[in-house]
Structures are given as structure tokens and as C-alpha cells.
Design a protein around this ligand. Structure first.
Ligand SMILES: *Cc1c(COP(=O)(O)O)cnc(C)c1O
Length: 218
């Protein structure tokens, strides 16, 4: 199966209202170019240096999505290049992004990452932390940043019932916070990867982040 075959097959399974982020981390520019030539324009990277190198090497009409764990000292590389940062896992990082956006005279678009998985290696706001943040209108402290929604990763498991329960929980949280904050740009729910994007779409995802099923193993 070529990259083009994989994309054709995936496109048949992803409804039009759900955006496909092609996760290209660790794959070379020519793999990205193959997906680009199929019409794909949204690519996901998880390392600041790799994003910077690919940003410079590849066409300017690509929208780069940053999906990896982000250290505050790398924010300056990511904010000017990323259309959306999915992986904001602390208020400290949010503050660093906001300062950087102000310096660059732009508005940063971000998602808050929600920690729902059982693995402690995964990052993000616990659901109640996110509730507290929204209840006190936390976004008002960050005028150069738009919080555009939530992102999550379920537990890595073959138990699809557990995956569905976790993603459903984040969908409910998303609906609750969206109603509460009434921000016009709080519209995105980023969940679903190669192994669970079908469940994620069922549960209301607006963006799936797919790497392996397009580009093969990393
Ligand atoms: C790598 C990665 C993906 C893509 O995972 P696949 O299983 O290869 O589709 C999605 N989201 C995040 C946050 C990732 O780090």
C-alpha cells in the first residue's frame, strides 16, 4: 500500500466535517510531499526542531499542527509556525505561549489537552482542573491566545469499550465547557489516532490525528 492508497482508503472512512491531520513526525519530507500531492494540507509534528526544518523545506500552504509535549523554552519556535497547538498541558505553558504570541504580534490557536488515559506518562489537565479553569474564566488572562477546544489521547489498549468510554467522557466535558464559556472559537475536539479514529468520530471528534495508517510504522 502506498501513501496515496492509504489516504484514499482513510478518506472514505472520515466524514467531510472531520478534519484529517496527517501525523508526519519522524517521516521525511518526501513522504509528506506524497500526501500533499493527494491534496492533504494539514500535518502534525511533535518536535519543535523537526517542525522548524519541515516548515522551511515544504510548501507554505501547509497548516502545521503541533501535537507533542512542548517545553516552554521551545515555544518560540512553535508559536510562529503552528496553525494550532493541540497539546497545551498546563497553565504555565499557556502563559508562555501567550507571551510569545504577543511578542510576535499574533494570536496563538491552542487546544487544552485533557488527561483521561490510565498511563501516568500521558500529559494534560485532569477534567476537574479544566472545569476549574473555565469556571474562573481562566482564558481572560491570555488575550493573545484562542483556546479553540480540547484534545485527548485515550489509554493505549485493545479494549475498545474502554477507549469509547474515555473518549465519550472527553466529549461530554467538551460540551459542558463549550456551553459554559460560550467562546465562538471553542469548536474543536481533537481525538482519534490510527487505531481508534472510528470510535473517536462516533464520539464527536472534529479532528483526527493519524500517522501510522498513512505513513506506516515510525
Ligand atoms: C504520534 C501521535 C499520533 C499519531 O498516532 P498513530 O497511532 O501513528 O496514528 C496522534 N496523536 C499524537 C498526540 C501523537 O503523538
Amino acid at each position: 500500500m502506498t501513501i496515496a492508497d492509504n489516504i484514499r482508503r482513510l478518506r472514505q472512512q472520515i466524514p467531510d466535517h472531520v478534519r484529517l491531520i496527517c501525523v508526519s513526525k519522524f517521516h521525511p519530507a518526501d513522504a509528506i510531499k506524497a500526501a500533499y500531492d493527494c491534496g492533504e494540507r494539514l500535518f502534525g509534528e511533535s518536535h519543535a526542531q523537526e517542525l522548524t526544518a519541515k516548515y522551511d523545506a515544504l510548501p507554505r500552504d501547509i497548516a502545521w499542527h503541533f501535537i507533542g509535549s512542548l517545553q516552554t523554552n521551545k515555544v518560540k519556535y512553535v508559536v510562529p509556525r503552528a496553525a494550532l497547538i493541540h497539546s497545551v498541558d498546563s497553565e504555565r505553558l499557556l502563559a508562555a505561549i501567550d507571551r510569545c504570541a504577543e511578542r510576535n504580534n499574533l494570536t496563538a490557536n491552542v487546544l487544552l489537552e485533557i488527561h483521561i488515559a490510565r498511563e501516568s506518562t500521558k500529559h494534560g489537565f485532569a477534567p476537574d482542573e479544566a472545569r476549574t479553569f473555565f469556571a474562573r474564566r481562566g482564558w481572560e488572562q491570555f488575550p493573545h491566545t484562542h483556546i479553540c477546544g480540547l484534545m485527548t489521547m485515550g489509554t493505549a489498549t485493545d479494549d475498545r469499550t474502554q477507549t469509547r468510554a474515555e473518549l465519550h467522557q472527553v466529549r461530554s466535558l467538551f460540551d459542558e465547557l463549550r456551553q459554559q464559556c460560550a467562546l465562538p472559537y471553542f469548536t474543536e475536539l481533537s481525538m482519534g489516532m490510527s487505531d481508534d479514529f472510528d470510535i473517536a468520530i462516533d464520539e464527536g471528534s472534529t479532528m483526527v490525528r493519524i500517522g501510522t495508517a498513512i505513513f506506516g510504522a515510525r
